[in-house]
Design a protein around this ligand. Structure first.
Ligand code: GLN
Length: 328
């Protein structure tokens, strides 16, 4: 009798995802971010994970429908849009692509160029928001929302409370924006760049939506299901490179070593990972470590990467090619 191999493949994904999820379910280490007051209202026990394939399949476990704010995960997608809208030269004149090794909110610039080290830390992301505002003006947030929603496969919305909370308390980011202006890394009024930056961080997503956003990156910028071209092909390549080296703040080196896929985390508790041409993976758990990365998310990604041999430099034959043979 012929075996239905598609069922075996589905089960393999479901089992691996569940194993990664269960490995972290009882891990209550870490704390919810409290420097943005509204974020403390999050349920700390929320935990969900999803894998979306470039062939249009989704695998999910846990609280995958719970909304959380995208926060710094937005930095990767916003950088990709800035590359498309303004071109890589202009972007390179405002923000570098070197890992900084500093915390995400550090007030530190590349001493050679006076530019932020990279677009994945706050200083770089505010410069990127400035570029988008410079080119798209008042339309910039709607533009971002439309593209993010195409990638997520769902109309996303803004968490007004988190936006207001961040706007009211984001003095450190305000200081960074003014330094960017002083360093010629911002060509619009700081308040305009900050307004866009605070809004982009306050976009609500679910783990499922974030997995589709990752799968859109994996699928060369086109959402695998609705076929909408959310991101420019060349910009995706550049963005994945920066996610690989800088996506996990000052944990980026460890992450590249242990997990080995481009990823981006946010203080809302989300992490998105991309297996190029194959998968988008998302986790959501708001308990953060001292570096601002989701504790359960980091742990579960490690288990999943080991299981499937996702690491970019996995030397065994069960590396990414293994996944390629599984996805249908
Ligand atoms: N909106 C947050 C901030 O600027 C994002 C930080 C993060 O997710 N690391 O502080």
């Amino acid at each position: 009798m012929l075996q239905d191999t598609s069922k075996i493949r589905d089960r393999e994904f479901e089992d691996a995802l569940e194993r990664a999820f269960l490995s972290q379910l009882d891990n209550n280490d870490g704390a919810v971010a409290d420097y943005i007051p509204e974020l403390t209202k999050t349920n700390p026990s929320n935990f969900g994970m999803a894998i979306a394939t470039t062939t249009g399949h989704i695998y999910q476990v846990g609280d995958v429908k719970a909304k959380f704010t995208i926060q710094s995960v937005s930095k990767a997608f916003a950088f990709c849009l800035a590359l498309e809208v303004a071109g890589p030269e202009l972007v390179a004149s405002r923000v570098g692509v070197e890992p900084s090794g500093d915390p995400f909110n550090a007030i530190v610039f590349d001493p050679q160029t006076n530019r932020p080290f990279n677009p994945m830390v706050n200083a770089g992301a505010i410069a990127v928001a400035g570029i988008l505002y410079e080119h798209l003006g008042e339309d910039s947030f709607q533009f971002m929302m439309d593209r993010f929603s195409s990638a997520a496969g769902h109309q996303l919305d803004l968490n007004e409370e988190v936006f207001r909370s961040e706007h009211a308390t984001g003095h450190r980011n305000r200081a960074i924006a003014h330094l960017l202006l002083a360093n010629d890394a911002l060509a619009v009024p700081p308040d305009d760049a900050l307004d866009l930056y605070f809004r982009q961080c306050s976009i609500n997503v679910t783990a499922t939506e974030l997995a589709w956003m990752g799968a859109t990156f994996a699928n060369m910028g086109t959402n695998p299901v609705n076929r909408e071209a959310a991101f420019d092909l060349a910009a995706v390549r550049n963005t994945l490179a920066v996610m690989f080296t800088c996506g996990m703040y000052d944990y980026a080196g460890h992450w590249a070593y242990d997990v080995g896929i481009p990823a981006k985390s946010g203080v809302g508790g989300g992490i998105v990972g991309v297996v190029n041409r194959q998968l988008g993976i998302a986790s959501y758990s708001p308990l953060l470590d001292a570096k601002g990365n989701s504790v359960r998310g980091v742990g579960a990604f490690k288990v999943l990467a080991d299981h499937f041999g996702l690491h970019a430099f996995d030397c065994t034959n069960v590396g990414s090619s293994f996944i390629a043979s599984l996805i249908r």
